[in-house]
Design a binder for this molecule. Structure first.
Ligand SMILES: *Cc1c(COP(=O)(O)O)cnc(C)c1O
Length: 421
């Protein structure tokens, strides 16, 4: 069980909304830092351990600066993400570039920044060498295919578009070794939103076994094993967060058994976790706009799936807290909706919640990863602001809300007026 709490009082939020109109995402620095420290501490047995925050989850430079100050690197997979990293002064091996179907200009940028290049495909060895040149440290993404069951979300690895097969991996490292590359890493990511800590232990074991085999076959020593992301979070009250200490001690046992026993330590353990790092520490704050009674009871919010796409896209559960005026009010079953002209624009379906009336504050939980980040402009909806509650309680804006001018910035209405039809 996980108690779904919010790190703000009703009074606090009422004060915040007088300055920043709803909807907005607000992040809790204290919670984020505490979790980051717990993560790092769980792996303190491994010298060189590093978590590279998967910036796609919440690409905000303020959040990244906080995480960097806790020792995190950044995991990028696009030009914009590399530029974000560069703009806050990140460089070198604190950047992991785990992309796929990658254009040459992105490799070029990543190499300029000195990032660790994680290749997704065998064919990219030649592509990278011809287009940009090989860096001194190279990592491959492994796709174990049928050798490992994927989890429910990511599906069967053999259906996934990512990574090298086992044979390609051996061939690829051999090619690099023969070209004089001296520094190697290995990566895999076969889960998404996985809550079972043993799953990650198994993943680590697969990589450790491979590292031993690659060493015996090719004589290559690996610097790091990147276990990817995929650590789940308890979106539902009946779920339990991944026990990081249990996960870490399982990985440590596998490390000793394979890496230690073969004299291949030290080997640095890396993660590129996104969801678990910021997900639980973000909240979408909205207001009830309308209550509608037809065949069902609908609570229409001032936010829409443009602010939080997951429920509509994946049918995901996000916990909802209503900060109404009567804590003892009777409960009703609602569909909680947004205003998009799409019938799936619903944050919850058949959810039993305290009675809502227009103007009530509603908080949607766990929006700190793939929340604002997945926002979009369909139907002319504008993306909201992002706020941060600092550790001292102060609230700062870390991204302003979009305006109509932003929305129309790529159109030229003067040209449209002159346009003959
Ligand atoms: C999305 C992604 C991550 C982060 O995954 P989470 O499930 O958010 O932890 C890490 N690495 C790669 C390559 C990704 O695409």
């Amino acid at each position: 069980m996980t108690e779904k709490t919010i790190p703000f009082t009703k009074e606090e939020l009422e004060k915040i909304v007088t300055k920043y109109p709803t909807p907005f995402h607000i992040y809790d620095e204290k919670g984020m830092r505490e979790y980051a420290r717990k993560f790092v501490k769980a792996f303190s047995w491994n010298p060189g351990f590093k978590e590279y925050y998967a910036i796609k989850s919440a690409p905000n430079p303020f959040l990244m600066k906080i995480l960097r100050s806790e020792g995190f690197g950044i995991d990028c997979s696009s030009m914009a993400e590399l530029v974000l990293a560069s703009n806050i002064g990140m460089h070198g091996e604190e950047i992991m570039f785990t992309s796929n179907d990658t254009p040459a200009y992105e490799y070029k940028k990543a190499i300029e920044l000195g990032a660790i290049i994680n290749l997704d495909d065998f064919g990219h060895i030649k592509y990278l060498e011809e287009q940009v040149g090989l860096p001194e440290l190279v990592c491959f993404r492994y796709n174990p295919g049928a050798l490992k069951e994927g989890n429910a979300i990511i599906g069967h690895p053999e259906e996934a578009k990512y990574g090298f097969t086992r044979e390609q991996l051996f061939e690829g490292y051999k090619i690099l070794r023969d070209k004089g590359i001296k520094r190697f890493g290995i990566h895999t990511m076969v889960a998404s939103n996985e809550l079972n800590p043993d799953y990650f232990v198994e993943t680590a074991q697969i990589l450790f076994e491979l590292i031993v085999e690659l060493y015996h076959t090719l004589g290559i020593r690996f610097e790091f094993a990147n276990l990817g992301g995929g650590i789940g979070i308890p979106y539902k009250p009946e779920q339990q967060a991944v026990d990081l200490d249990r996960m870490s001690s399982g990985i440590q046992a596998a490390y000793n058994k394979y890496i230690g026993a073969n004299g291949l330590d030290p080997l640095k353990i890396y993660f590129e976790s996104g969801r678990a790092i910021t997900g639980p520490f973000g909240f979408l704050v909205c207001k009830v706009l309308h209550i509608k009674n037809t065949f069902k009871k609908f609570a229409g919010l001032d936010a829409s799936m443009a602010n939080l796409m997951r429920p509509a896209l994946y049918g995901s559960y996000h916990h909802i807290t209503v900060l109404g005026n009567d804590p003892n009010s009777s409960k009703f079953m609602y569909d909680v909706t947004g205003s998009l002209c799409e019938n799936n624009d619903k944050f919850a379906i058949n959810r039993v919640l305290p009675k809502m009336t227009p103007g009530d504050l509603v908080v949607i939980h766990d929006t700190g990863a793939h929340g604002h980040a997945m926002g979009f402009n369909y139907n002319g909806k504008l993306r909201s602001a992002e706020l941060l509650k600092r550790e001292n309680g102060e609230v700062v804006q870390i991204r302003r809300a979009e305006t109509l001018n932003d929305y129309f910035a790529t159109l030229d209405f003067d040209e449209a007026e002159k346009f003959e039809v």
